[in-house]
Design a protein around this ligand. Structure first.
Ligand code: SIN
Ligand code: FE2
Length: 216
């Protein structure tokens, strides 16, 4: 049978208005991306944040870039300083910037200029409940999400929590970009299954690039 993807070239799958999956887009660069994740985590370690409601998140998180997403008793916020170390978040690695730039161009958002990258680390059982990314002041900017390591089921819904969900397996190197009409769509990650990945061991990592600062 003719294998259309014999060369394992990246391909695109439309997801929703304004949203697309760039399959395997980050795969070739994944070793550099993983090395950069470890560099960031050496300076701002992964931690399980506690939500304002007192719930300890199962996903471990850190950030890089001018701003980092974090939680405190008052709520969710973007801050320039890592509250755990007292230092600014590590700078956005060049490999991150290059990949995000290429992905946002490929997805039709050529002007995207992220100033924050949240790095999520999932161990088996870890999940991210259905939520909207709505802590960013500029909703004209998309979200660029890069999956590395173990596969996970991504849920992508609509503007209300009860909207029907698409369930999509995200694999190593897949990039999802959502913006425009789907910028505020609910999404989440189902509990990670056990596994072993040659590059990431027993983990899944996810990078989400955001424009989080104030803008004119
Ligand atoms: C997120 O919603 O911030 C992350 C989604 C993912 O891990 O794929
Ligand atoms: Fe999110």
């Amino acid at each position: 049978m003719l294998d259309l993807f014999a060369d394992d070239e990246p391909w695109q799958e439309p997801l929703a208005p304004g949203a697309v999956i760039l399959r395997r887009f980050a795969r070739l660069h994944s070793p550099q991306l993983m090395a950069a994740i470890h560099d960031v985590a050496a300076r701002s370690p992964f931690r399980h944040m506690v939500t304002p409601g007192g719930y300890t998140m199962s996903v471990a998180m850190t950030n890089c870039g001018a701003l980092g997403w974090t939680t405190d008793r008052r709520g969710y916020l973007y801050a320039p300083v890592d509250p755990q170390t007292g230092n600014p978040w590590p700078a956005m690695p060049e490999s991150f910037q290059r990949l995000c730039d290429a992905a946002s161009h490929a997805a039709g958002y050529p002007d995207f200029a992220p100033d924050a990258c949240l790095i999520n680390r999932y161990q088996p059982g870890a999940k991210l409940s259905l939520h909207q990314d709505k802590d960013e002041p500029n909703l004209a900017a998309p979200i660029v999400s890069v999956s590395l390591g173990l596969p996970a089921v991504f849920q992508f819904g609509g503007l209300t929590r009860s909207a029907p969900l698409q369930r999509i397996m995200l694999e190593h190197g897949d990039v999802v970009v959502w913006g425009g009409p789907s910028r505020l769509f609910y999404h989440g990650i189902q509990p990670l299954k056990d596994g072993e990945h040659p590059l990431t061991g027993g983990y899944r990592y996810n990078l989400t690039f955001r424009a989080a600062g104030y803008y004119e």
